[in-house]
Design a protein around this ligand. Structure first.
Ligand code: GN1
Ligand code: MG
Length: 367
């Protein structure tokens, strides 16, 4: 999903607030985010500066202050944890780039909030996972992120997005929307999607009822938020840190696996072809547990299967609800897109359900 030309023009103007007055800049849309608008800014001559500029979606994140404060708390914690370690490799994180006036963000005349982060050089992202070696890198990145934040008090972070990943709340919203907005003449896909959710109603509350410990979570560790070193192919960074907040590690693992183990991608052309890849799941879990296995408790492990089943179902429900509400949350390029996205996630959830025994076995095998 690309930002519109219109927002590119605005970005061009805003980028100047983050550099010396006379720098010549090139500004290009970056990534495939469904919420914020993201741009890569390169100052000329090359080498002068390269950074990521984002317009934060104010409908999703109304308050810039807490987001930037969380980012500062996280980065300073991680920096402390990483100094003096003799690890041959570690994750790198972006730095906040202040405006020329020294502020952490820029408010434009529309009231939109923009901020800049350093670009981590010589890295790239992928939207579809290539092989098991890459899956191990993703598992490492998420496990290392959880390990680095395992001693950061979740209560020290703001809840930047109340209700995020609280599945029963998404179900309640869906019920409200269905009661008020379900079109009189439903298409077959829409009927299928609504029935799919209704047949699984008890599943949505499983994690919230389980009394699991709150930890620091990333919130959105999907494949294209992992940056890989261009040369070695190893995971170099986990980006998109706006949803770092208190939560359950289950949300993260479930989200990471639903993204990586669907090798047809989130925008698969035919939902019928989508399946959950067990070999990729095995590789991610193995590398994740190598980093994070020491602090996860038995009860957390017990509920991992439920998370792997729930997260695609939850994202499908979020897409479906947004479709029924008129596409107010996720960016779309055509009116059926959120419904199609929902069908992909539901097909993935079905594939998880069909392989429950094997997935539980993979979890059980982890040391
Ligand atoms: C959104 O904007 P993006 O692509 O980073 C969403 C995630 C979804 C993802 C699906 C804050 O993330 O929860 O998993 O789309 N982020 C928010 O692609 O809702
Ligand atoms: Mg995100």
């Amino acid at each position: 999903m690309r930002a519109t030309l219109d927002s590119s023009e605005i970005a061009d103007r805003i980028a100047r607030e983050f550099v010396s007055e006379n720098d010549h800049l090139s500004v290009e849309p970056l990534g495939e985010g469904l919420i914020n608008d993201t741009f890569l800014v390169t100052a000329e001559p090359p080498g002068a500066a390269r950074f990521v500029l984002q317009r934060i979606n104010g409908r999703v994140f109304p308050e810039p202050g807490p987001i930037m404060e969380n980012l500062r708390i996280l980065l300073s914690h991680v920096r402390k944890r990483q100094t003096g370690t003799d690890k041959a490799r570690d994750l790198r994180f972006p730095e906040v780039r202040p405006t020329r006036a020294g502020a952490g963000f820029w408010l434009d005349d529309q009231g939109d909030f923009w901020r800049a982060l350093s670009f981590i050089p010589n890295t790239r992202s992928h939207s579809v996972l290539q092989d098991a070696a890459q899956a191990e890198e993703v598992g490492y990145a998420l496990g290392r992120f959880h390990a680095l934040t395992s001693d950061l008090d979740p209560a020290s972070l703001h809840d930047t997005l109340p209700g995020f990943h609280i599945a029963p709340r998404y179900l309640a919203r869906f019920d409200h929307v269905v009661a008020h907005r379900l079109p009189a003449s439903e298409c077959a896909d829409l009927r299928f999607a609504v029935d799919f959710v209704n047949a699984r109603r008890p599943v949505f509350a499983v994690l919230e009822k389980a009394n699991l410990p709150l930890r620091v979570i990333h919130g959105d560790p999907k494949l294209n938020n992992v940056l890989f070193d261009e040369k070695s192919g190893r995971a170099a960074s986990l980006i998109d840190l706006d949803t770092v907040k208190p939560g359950l590690v289950h949300y993260d693992l479930g989200d990471c696996l639903r993204s990586c183990c669907n090798r047809s991608g989130e925008a698969a052309e035919r939902a019928a072809n989508v399946r959950f890849d067990l070999d990729i799941c095995r590789a991610i879990l193995r590398a994740y547990f190598a980093e994070a296995g020491t602090f996860l408790t038995d009860i957390e492990r017990y509920y991992l299967y439920d998370a792997i089943r729930l997260l695609p179902l939850e994202l499908g429900l979020r897409f479906l609800t947004d479709h029924l509400e008129g596409d107010r949350y996720f960016k779309v390029e055509h009116p059926r897109q959120n419904l199609e996205r929902a069908l992909v996630q539901f097909r993935l959830a079905e594939s998880v359900e069909a392989q429950e025994k094997f997935i539980r076995q993979l979890i059980h095998e982890q040391p």
